[in-house]
Design a protein around this ligand. Structure first.
Ligand SMILES: Nc1ncnc2c1ncn2[C@@H]1O[C@H](COP(=O)(O)OP(=O)(O)OP(=O)(O)O)[C@@H](O)[C@H]1O
Ligand SMILES: [Mg+2]
Length: 481
């Protein structure tokens, strides 16, 4: 790349200097300015081969300039850089036709690489992108950590496409939120967003749920049912917990994705599928593939654009923004307004957050709802974050053990006791009974033997509770503690 002239606009002198030096070393010629007016004048006069512009400048907004630049100089590539690192900035940059968006601070090598790409890629028009005016300022995704920046950049590029996206991330990391953002800001946003949870549908109903059925297709099919594919026509179909899809349904889905059309259960005429597919799972699909539980060909069909949502503990810097956001939500819902002091925030940042953003959201909601003080202090945080050691030994030896850890410990010693041989069959029910007994016993004593209240507490039907009490031979003592 010889002697390309790059126009750099940024009101921060230090940034202009480092960018100019880095590009100079890479063999480019740079002209830089601190204001939008000068940049526009240069472009207008036919100067330069590439623009790198800051977003907020004293006399204008770099993003607003992009459409003008591209109109005047259709071949000109524009790279936007900004410290305003929200999803909205990334999306707007893509919408206005920026070649690339670089959140500050960025790595200078990265800049040089982007410039190289911008200068070498063909100057065919980027695909049409949705209108920025429709974007709400009310953003769904909070967090400015580098990890989230990367997500925003990928999202921004995906907005103008129909590419299939596979979102992977632990529970509570925001998979559904991202899927919705892809729809709400994408070109299909005027269509419907239909979410189907593969783990929640009984396997024999998945096919009719997804593809619909004709009247009389099977017993109980009294009317025609438009399946999820049909409901999502022109919009987005979100296949949640895709890792839990039974193999037969996977085969059917794969065929539909390959052929681009489907037939309803009991129907004969193929219907064209016009949906954008976004899938999500918390499971490791490559692992499921190697175990034979997930079809490899379906995996590759879905994994066109992989998006990995990082767990919250890998982006502790996002915690303060999220906390403020959730406190704001609580206030909007009519709960008292709270603030969090510095130590308390530090403590929240240090937590392991195994339930990710959802866990944080719940904790913050409890701050707003359960505490009378206006400022949340570190002792309140400690109290809320302390594990409730259900069923742990009173002598304190297992104070930090959770319920499932305790169960695991018991089961392990049970298996170990068989020394390689297998326990008698029927283990599942036996173990569940073991858990039911203390659960019902303790609930009964907490309600002083009141079976109506116990049934309510457990969320069981009263007759079911009575049956279980009989089966498990539990003594009910009324009025006891
Ligand atoms: N970046 C974020 N900004 C604001 N809220 C978020 C963010 N990520 C997640 N949330 C909130 O956290 C909660 C959990 O998010 P979501 O349901 O999208 O997670 P998920 O990955 O689908 O979880 P699961 O695997 O359990 O279904 C929601 O209330 C969502 O609004
Ligand atoms: Mg989810």
């Amino acid at each position: 790349m010889s002697e390309s002239v790059i126009l750099v606009a940024d009101d921060d002198h230090a940034i202009r200097t480092v960018v100019t030096q880095a590009l100079g070393r890479a063999g480019h010629h740079v002209r830089s300015t601190g204001d939008a007016a000068t940049l526009w004048r240069w472009v207008n006069e036919g100067e330069g081969d590439l623009v790198i512009t800051d977003v907020i400048m004293p006399d204008g907004n770099g993003l607003d300039l992009i459409p003008q630049i591209r109109k005047r100089r259709p071949d000109m590539r524009v790279i936007a850089m900004s410290a305003q690192n929200t999803l909205l900035t990334a999306v707007k940059a893509a919408e206005r036709g920026a070649f690339e968006y670089l959140p500050k601070p960025f790595d200078l090598n990265e800049l040089v690489n982007v410039v190289k790409r911008a200068l070498s890629e063909s100057t065919s028009n980027p695909s049409a992108v949705p209108d920025a005016n429709d974007l709400q300022e009310n953003l769904p995704l909070i967090g400015r950590s580098p990890a989230m920046q990367e997500i925003y950049r990928v999202l921004a590029r995906l907005m103008s496409t129909d590419l299939t996206v596979l979102i992977n991330g632990e529970s509570g990391t925001g998979k559904e939120l991202v899927a919705r953002a892809l729809h709400d800001y994408g070109k299909r946003r005027n269509g419907s967003f239909i979410a189907v949870n593969m783990a929640a549908i009984p396997r024999e109903l998945i096919e009719s749920e997804l593809f619909g059925h004709e009247k009389g297709a099977f017993t109980g099919a009294n009317t025609r049912y438009a399946g999820r594919f049909e409901q999502a026509e022109g919009g987005t179909l979100f296949l949640d917990e895709i890792g839990d899809m039974p193999l037969e349904a996977q085969t059917r889905l794969l065929r539909v994705l390959q052929e681009g059309e489907f037939t309803t259960v009991g129907g004969r005429t193929p219907i064209r599928a016009n949906v954008r597919i976004v899938a999500a799972t918390h499971r490791d699909l490559t692992n499921l593939v190697s175990q034979g539980l997930f079809r490899e060909d379906l995996y590759y069909r879905l994994n066109v654009v992989p998006l990995r949502l990082p767990p919250l503990r890998e982006r502790a810097d996002d915690v303060p923004d999220l906390v403020r956001h959730f406190l704001g939500n609580a206030t909007a819902e009519g709960l008292p307004t709270k603030t969090i002091d510095g130590d308390a925030m530090e403590r929240l940042k240090r937590h392991r957050w195994s339930g990710n953003v959802r866990e944080l959201e719940n904790v913050v909601r409890r701050f707003a709802a359960l505490y009378s003080q206006e400022t949340i202090t570190v002792d309140v945080v400690e109290a809320e974050l302390a594990d409730i050691p259900v069923g742990s030994d009173r002598d304190g030896s297992n104070e930090d053990e959770s319920l499932s850890e305790a169960i695991e410990r018991h089961l392990k010693s049970y298996f170990d006791a068989h020394e390689g041989a297998l326990p008698a069959s029927g283990l599942y029910d036996r173990v569940l009974h073991e858990m039911e007994r203390p659960l019902i016993q303790l609930s009964l004593s907490a309600t002083r033997g009141n079976q109506v209240k116990t049934a309510q507490l457990l969320g069981l039907n009263r007759n079911t509770l009575r049956k279980k009490i009989r089966e498990l031979d539990i003594k009910v003592v009324r009025g006891s503690q």
